[in-house]
Structures are given as structure tokens and as C-alpha cells.
Design a protein around this ligand. Structure first.
Ligand code: OAD
Length: 342
């Protein structure tokens, strides 16, 4: 990247398109999906945590706390019904991930989101790491028996709480709750991805939850932040570019400057206009998005069995030594690397 002057998006566009970049790692949070109609967590007034008073939680994050879930699973399941994937369409930012993949420079997307909009936007499953899990699979929290997505959804739709058929324990989607470990895949890929990255794009995250929050500070390559507010240690490095504002606007700008604007629009329109929500598909009587997602998940699962389980024992050993996710305290959110667990 040219070192004269303060870099901006156009410097980054040059860096990307003039062959300087072959391995982009993207780190995202709830802010990339707000334009799809999914609230983020911590934005004042509009964030989920501000609007959970109806659930009568002792504190907002309790809705994703494994100990609280054992006592009061209703709170999580009320929210899960609202957030369940299948109702939402990808945003422009999600489609940009697909553009990066098409250009052959997307190394990985680390997402804290559970909406699976990255894959719905067309990004290959092996390019996405669901750092905080997803709704793709569900397990009993006691005996770990699996419950199918269809069964879980049916129970949820009746406003019941899913219970294990074997031991009657509570069943929950494999979303990482506070107090639980991140998925083994996160730890398996992280080190190599961070070492290989020649550009890191961070978007739509408050960088408040560890260990994810410390990832951007672990790379030495140029970084771009697309966010409504400055977060983490962005701005401390001369090579950082910070684009405050809606991430869809920022990414449109970057795509245009890279000469990829037309392709971005095409990809986004193909997903946002043609893609139908579960309800729309069911109304149309066509092959439902649910079925499409099921096929995608099945493929991902098969790949996982083929590829990852060989190494799972080793990864399990590592993850056993690492405690679960936690919220940054005020000091650590400013000094993001100080509470890193990875
Ligand atoms: P947060 O709600 O903490 O942060 C969202 C960030 O995105 C904030 O900095 C917003 O200002 C910004 N933002 C919102 N809309 C935006 C937009 N259109 N364009 C650009 N920026 C926007 O969400 P996360 O950082 O994802 O954990 O939260 C991390 C974790 O905390 C979540 O994964 C969840 C939660 O507890 C679990 O579910 C385990």
C-alpha cells in the first residue's frame, strides 16, 4: 500500500485492485444486518438489548447466558422466534462478500451473526466461520443428542420449549452463549487466516465480546472499519482506514472505487429481489427457502464430517483449555488485546 499521506478508501481501492491484495479476512457483527431489518444488540434505542424489557431479564445479556437459559429458556425462545433465519434478505454488504469471493481474494469471513445471511448472499460455506454459532444444528444441553431443525421449528412455532426426546433436557440451537466455547472451526482456522491476511475489513460490530473483539488487533496488515462508530483500537495505526456511517454506503463506495459497483448491484439485486423469504416461498408453493437452506446445511455438515472431524480431537483439546465468550469490561473494550483468549 502506498505509504505517502493518510490512507483513505481510494488508497485501499488502489491497494486491492493493483494486485497488492490476495487474502482478505472480513470480521463482522450485527451492524451488517440491520439494513435487512434485524436489530443489532447494543445500539441505543434500536438495539435488542434496549428492547428486551418485555422478557423481564435480570440484565440484557442474560438472554444469551447459558445459566439463565437453564432456569428461564422462555426468554431465549421468544427472541429466537423473531430472529430465526429464513425471514431476511442479504444486504449490500453481504453481497460485497460474494464479490470478494468471485474476485478470488476472500480468505474468510468471521461472523458473529447467526442469521446466515452470508451464505444466503451466495458465499461458499467453507469461506464463513460462524464464530458465535448458528441455528444450523440443535443439541440437548445435557446429553448433547441432536434435534432436527424441522422438529425444533415446529415446537417453537407452537410456543413450546424444545426438550430432548432422550433425557428431557433443554434443547438449544448451537448458538454460542456466554459461558460457552466458540466452535472448534474458529480455533482451527484462525491462526493461519490471520497470518495470511493482507487486508482486514471489520464492519458492524461494537467489538465488545471476547475473544472476537481482539481479532482485529492481532493482524499487522492494513485494516478498514465500516461502522457507525469508532471501535476497538481502530485509528491507532497509520494504515487504518475508518469509514464512519452505514456500512452499506461505505461498501458501495469502496466497490465503486474498485470498479466493482455494477457487479455488486447485480449480485445484490439477484438475491434481494429474486430471493424469497420462507413465508413468501410457502405462499408461492415453490421449493421453499427452508428446503434450500436445509440442503446447504446438509452439504456443510457432510463437508464437516469429511474434512474437519479428522482434526476434531486435536481441536477439542485446544478448546477445552479456553474458556467461553465474555463481554469486555470498559477497560478491555478500549484495550482490546488485553483480554484476548485466543
Ligand atoms: P453490537 O450491537 O454490539 O454492535 C453493532 C455495531 O454495529 C455497533 O457499533 C453499531 O454502531 C454498528 N452498526 C449498527 N448498524 C450499522 C450500520 N447499518 N452500518 C454500520 N454500522 C452499524 O453487535 P455485535 O458487535 O455483533 O452474542 O455483538 C457481538 C455479540 O454480542 C453478538 O454476537 C451477540 C451479542 O451478545 C451472542 O449472541 C453470543
Amino acid at each position: 500500500m502506498p505509504s505517502n499521506g493518510k490512507p483513505d478508501l481510494s488508497t485501499m481501492a488502489d491497494y486491492i485492485t493493483k494486485g497488492g491484495v490476495s487474502s482478505v479476512v472480513v470480521m463482522v457483527g450485527a451492524g451488517i444486518s440491520t439494513a435487512a431489518g434485524i436489530p443489532d444488540f447494543r445500539s441505543p434505542k434500536t438495539g435488542l438489548y434496549h428492547n428486551l424489557s418485555r422478557l423481564k431479564l435480570p440484565y440484557a445479556e442474560a438472554v444469551f447466558d447459558i445459566d439463565y437459559f437453564r432456569k428461564q429458556p422462555e426468554a431465549f425462545y421468544t427472541l429466537a422466534q423473531e430472529l430465526y433465519p429464513g425471514k431476511f434478505k442479504p444486504t449490500l454488504f453481504h453481497s460485497f462478500l460474494k464479490v470478494l469471493e468471485e474476485k478470488g481474494i476472500l480468505r474468510r469471513v468471521y461472523t458473529q451473526n447467526i442469521d446466515t445471511l452470508e451464505e444466503i448472499a451466495g458465499v461458499e460455506a467453507d469461506k464463513v466461520v460462524y464464530a458465535h454459532g448458528s441455528f444450523a444444528e440443535n443439541h440437548c444441553i445435557d446429553c448433547h443428542a441432536e434435534m432436527s431443525k424441522e422438529d425444533l421449528r415446529e415446537i417453537m412455532e407452537k410456543d413450546d420449549i424444545p426438550r430432548c426426546k432422550k433425557c428431557k433436557g433443554l434443547v438449544k440451537p448451537d448458538i454460542v452463549f456466554f459461558g460457552e466455547n466458540l466452535p472448534a472451526r474458529f480455533f482451527k482456522l484462525l491462526d493461519n487466516d490471520l497470518s495470511a491476511a493482507d487486508l482486514v475489513i471489520v464492519a458492524g460490530t461494537s467489538l465488545q465480546v471476547h475473544p472476537f473483539a481482539s481479532l482485529p488487533s492481532q493482524v499487522s496488515c492494513p485494516r478498514i472499519l465500516f461502522n457507525l462508530e469508532a471501535v476497538g483500537d481502530f485509528g491507532r495505526r497509520k494504515t487504518d482506514v475508518i469509514r464512519l456511517g452505514a456500512c452499506d454506503e461505505g461498501i458501495r463506495d469502496l466497490a465503486d472505487q474498485c470498479g466493482w459497483g455494477k457487479r455488486l448491484t447485480e449480485l445484490w439485486e439477484s438475491k434481494s429481489k429474486k430471493w424469497k423469504s420462507v413465508e413468501e416461498e410457502e405462499e408461492a408453493g415453490a421449493k421453499t427457502q427452508k428446503e434450500v437452506l436445509k440442503a446447504v446445511n446438509q452439504e456443510a455438515k457432510e463437508e464437516k464430517i469429511d474434512g474437519e472431524d479428522k482434526e476434531s480431537k486435536e481441536v477439542e483439546k485446544i478448546t477445552e483449555q479456553i474458556s467461553g465468550i465474555e463481554i469486555a469490561d470498559e477497560t478491555s473494550s478500549k484495550e482490546t488485546s488485553s483480554k484476548s483468549k485466543v
